[in-house]
Design a protein. Structure first.
Length: 391
């Protein structure tokens, strides 16, 4: 597969009805209602607040793949990539590669496992439960639906599709972690079992493919074992499971660039399975060569700012994604006031030469909302402390 051409296809033909970060079941419903005959759409049941949860199945092959997205309601990038994948399969069902994949695999995707969280733009479901910590207790209807699907399907591979915050970086000097992956542990010792190894080998292939597009911006997620996580639970059932974390590409708060890389990664997973099936031994070494994610980024760092009560210091600003009347805003809040030499800002401003006049009796504190802050007008325009709809 030529991934440069595939990315060009994606840019031109991705599902135009979906855009940005706030993605609800109401936006998916018309696409699901008119999904082409290649696919079968079925309702699996309902969320806490009675929103439908669907699965989409296609392919006639023997290797069963199960993937689910938006288990965390505010992680929509991989959902967009799934609908792009459906479009790609429809457009390529008669091509050689399309036929090969459709006759090799049996695909089951749950595009939105947590429609209530999606509506409210929260990680958790309507009962404030993190579904990715509910794999054992199964207290929530969404958790039961997922379990019912993987129990009855008995998949050969699972794709646990998520998105990560802007705080993650990789490498030295750090770059933004645009995409991160994990082959979860299945025991506390993090033993490299056969199914973990298969996941690792696929991730190594994903990394190699992505390096061409986002060099040094692919990370490996922390593999601490937690049996309450769905990935760890599935891995313990000896089902190779891959965690996708769609991350931040510079200035791409809508995650449209990352959406393309997630789309490429999905196709690469399928190709890799075909490839690795023909190899006798797979190595976990290239996986461990991928740098680990670290928390080293902020949305904005203002360096050498002379603040009342602090003197000259650095200030980190993190956007808090906030839903207001159905529109997602990125509200700037102070995340840290300290020497931030070991951190990187997605945007940075050096105020060493700027004199700032703050209002009288002005104070600043960590957690403070800066959206209504008015300071003197000589500031660079990039230091906009108004709330932005960055999408
Ligand atoms: Zn997540």
């Amino acid at each position: 597969m030529n991934y440069t051409s595939l990315l060009e296809w994606h840019t031109a033909h991705k599902e135009q009805a979906l855009y940005g970060r706030y993605l609800t079941i109401n936006q998916l419903q018309p696409l699901l209602d008119r999904i082409p005959d290649l696919f079968v759409k079925e309702s699996l049941g309902y969320s806490v607040q009675n929103r439908p949860i669907y699965k989409v199945t296609f392919g006639t092959g023997e290797i069963k793949i199960l993937g689910w997205s938006q288990m965390h309601g505010n992680e929509s990038t991989t959902t967009k990539a799934l609908f792009d994948l459906f479009k790609w399969f429809e457009a390529n069902k008669d091509t050689e590669i399309g036929q090969k994949l459709l006759s090799t695999f049996n695909f089951t995707f749950i595009p939105m496992l947590n429609p209530d969280g999606a509506e409210a733009y929260t990680r958790v479901n309507a009962n404030q439960v993190d579904l990715n910590r509910d794999a054992q207790e199964l207290t929530q209807p969404e958790s039961l639906i997922l379990k019912q699907v993987y129990t009855s399907l008995d998949p050969d591979y699972c794709l646990n599709l998520h998105g990560q915050r802007t705080i993650f970086g990789v490498g030295e000097p750090a770059q933004s972690a645009v995409a991160s992956f994990l082959s979860p542990s299945q025991d506390a010792l993090r033993t490299v079992t056969q199914s973990r190894k298969e996941g690792m080998a696929i991730i190594a292939e994903l990394n190699e493919m992505l390096q061409e597009f986002i060099p040094g911006q692919v990370g490996r997620y922390d593999d601490g074992f937690n049996i309450n996580c769905v990935g760890d639970t599935l891995q313990q059932l000896n089902i190779p499971t891959i965690l996708f974390e769609a991350g931040h590409f510079p200035n791409d708060y809508a995650r449209e660039k990352t959406r393309g890389f997630m789309f490429l990664s999905l196709i690469r997973v399928f190709e890799s399975i075909l490839l690795l099936k023909s190899e006798e031994n797979v190595s976990s070494n290239p996986y461990f060569a991928i740098p680990e994610n670290k928390k080293c980024f902020f949305d904005c760092i203002i360096r050498n700012i002379n603040l009342p009560e602090y003197g000259v210091t650095d200030m980190a600003i993190q956007y808090q994604e906030t839903l207001r009347d159905g529109i997602l805003y990125f509200v700037p809040k102070i995340a840290q006031i300290a020497d931030l030499d070991s951190f990187v800002g997605h945007s940075e401003i050096d105020f060493a030469q700027e004199k700032i006049e703050f209002p009288e009796n002005f104070t600043l504190d960590v957690g403070q909302n800066l959206e209504n802050l008015q300071v003197n007008s000589n500031l660079p325009t990039t230091f906009s402390v108004k709330s932005n709809n960055l999408l």
